[in-house]
Write a protein that binds this ligand. Structure first.
Ligand code: NAD
Ligand code: ZN
Length: 381
């Protein structure tokens, strides 16, 4: 079958790989119909996540048709068109039982790591992903969900990650009615977080990025204010000016470990040059939020990253909430939001490429070319 193949930093290609096989009675094999490229894939692509192995097929946002099921699979049957949450979750461990499907212990028992994720580094279990013609879906009684009748498949693929992640970012931020919410990162995740902030009662939503076309997209799609940080200067001063001089009520980090940009920032009066692979947005979030405020982090950091300016957190009395999204927990309400037209995630898909052009897809999305917000790969049918 055709599959994306990681060859090393900034090198991916399309290759032939053996067909995946049922390895466990709870497995299913899915013929992929759509697979997005995500900002999380860029951390891998840029070589910033430990133990990302050459030969891995990325892709954790996919839909497909069930091709084969193991003997114990009862949740889906051959021929079902399904969407597959990016978390690989057993559904029965102590964390899954609490709704923490992103922290499943059985699928990835390393204590300090996330639960397993399709097509990620071996720190996330080392499972191959869906940027391929076929993919093995473990724990098929928990993850895959039949796409509701009448739902646009482009909406369905956005429900595997972007919608729940944006929504959970806003949920973790504990937004109170009338709050000013500042979102860092106008990628698909930040834009969706900004859109969802209104659902929790935000009074003002401000998004920050450096890419003007994305800021423009966010303004239109999420009906928020949007600013280019390269034109602002000190963001903490800006945040105070925007509010009653105390800072914003909550900040959302939808950037994560920034792989490509260096940025200057003033922290306690000193100019610091935050190097590639650092946490510029997170530092800004901590500086811009008011005392006692909440910083919600969905931007991804590697398992060994250790970048929180804890002095500011303690002295401002901040609450920090962070996690991978728990897709399965959120799907029922988010499907309803899509069906009622409250959320329109397919509008974020700007590019559609044949799977064979996966390398172009990574180049385009990584360099933010051609006004790209979200690319989707379509395997040959
Ligand atoms: P993306 O690459 O499309 O967007 C990131 C945006 O951040 C870009 O537009 C970039 O210009 C902007 N940016 C970079 N540095 C910035 C800074 N200092 N301040 C403000 N903006 C800055 O990525 P995406 O697909 O939107 O994903 C965003 C983040 O969310 C990634 O870290 C990704 O790994 C993470 N993510 C997390 C989860 C989860 O469950 N927690 C799920 C999906 C994605
Ligand atoms: Zn993703």
């Amino acid at each position: 079958m055709l599959a994306m193949n990681y060859r090393g930093p900034k090198r991916v290609r399309i290759d032939h790989k053996p067909m995946p096989e049922i390895q466990h009675p709870e497995d299913a094999i899915i013929r992929v119909t759509r697979a997005c490229i995500c900002g999380s894939d860029l951390h891998l692509y840029n070589g910033n996540v430990p133990d990302t192995r050459v030969g891995t097929t990325f892709g954790h946002e996919f839909t497909g048709v069930v091709e084969e099921v193991g003997a114990e699979v009862t949740n889906v049957k051959v021929g079902d068109h399904v969407l597959v949450p990016f978390n690989i979750a057993c559904g029965r461990c102590v964390f899954c039982k609490q709704g923490l499907f992103g922290n499943c212990h059985e699928s990835n028992p390393q204590a300090t790591a996330v639960g397993a994720i399709y097509g990620y580094s071996h720190t996330a279990g080392g499972y191959d992903g869906g940027q391929a013609e076929y993919v093995r879906v473990p724990y098929a009684n928990t993850g895959p969900m039949v796409i509701p009748q009448g739902m646009d498949p482009d909406d369905a693929v956005m429900l595997t990650d972007v919608v729940p992640t944006g929504y959970q970012a806003a949920e973790m931020a504990g937004i109170q009615t009338g709050d000013t919410v500042m979102v860092f990162g106008a990628g698909p995740v930040g834009i969706m977080a900004a859109r969802c902030a209104w659902l929790f009662g935000a009074g003002r939503v401000i998004i920050i990025d450096k890419i003007d076309y994305r800021l423009e997209f966010a303004r239109n799609y999420a009906k928020c204010e949007a600013y280019n940080y390269e034109e602002i200067g000190d963001l903490a001063v800006f945040a105070k000016k925007q509010t009653d001089s105390l800072g914003v009520d909550v900040c959302i980090d939808a950037v994560g470990a920034e792989a490509t940009g260096n940025a200057m920032q003033t922290i306690t009066g000193r100019k610091l040059l935050l190097q590639a692979g650092s946490a510029t947005a997170l530092h800004w979030a901590i500086n811009c939020v008011k005392k006692g405020g909440i910083v919600s982090i969905v931007g991804v950091y590697g398992p060994t990253d250790n970048l929180v300016p804890i002095g500011n957190v303690l002295n401002k009395g901040l609450t920090i909430r962070a996690n991978q999204a728990s897709v399965k927990r959120l799907l029922p309400r988010l499907i309803e939001h899509v069906q009622n037209g409250i959320l329109d995630p397919k509008a974020l898909i700007t590019h559609r490429l044949p799977l064979e052009e996966v390398a172009d897809g990574y180049r385009l999305f990584s360099a933010k070319l051609d006004n790209c917000i979200k690319p989707v790969l379509i395997p040959p049918s």
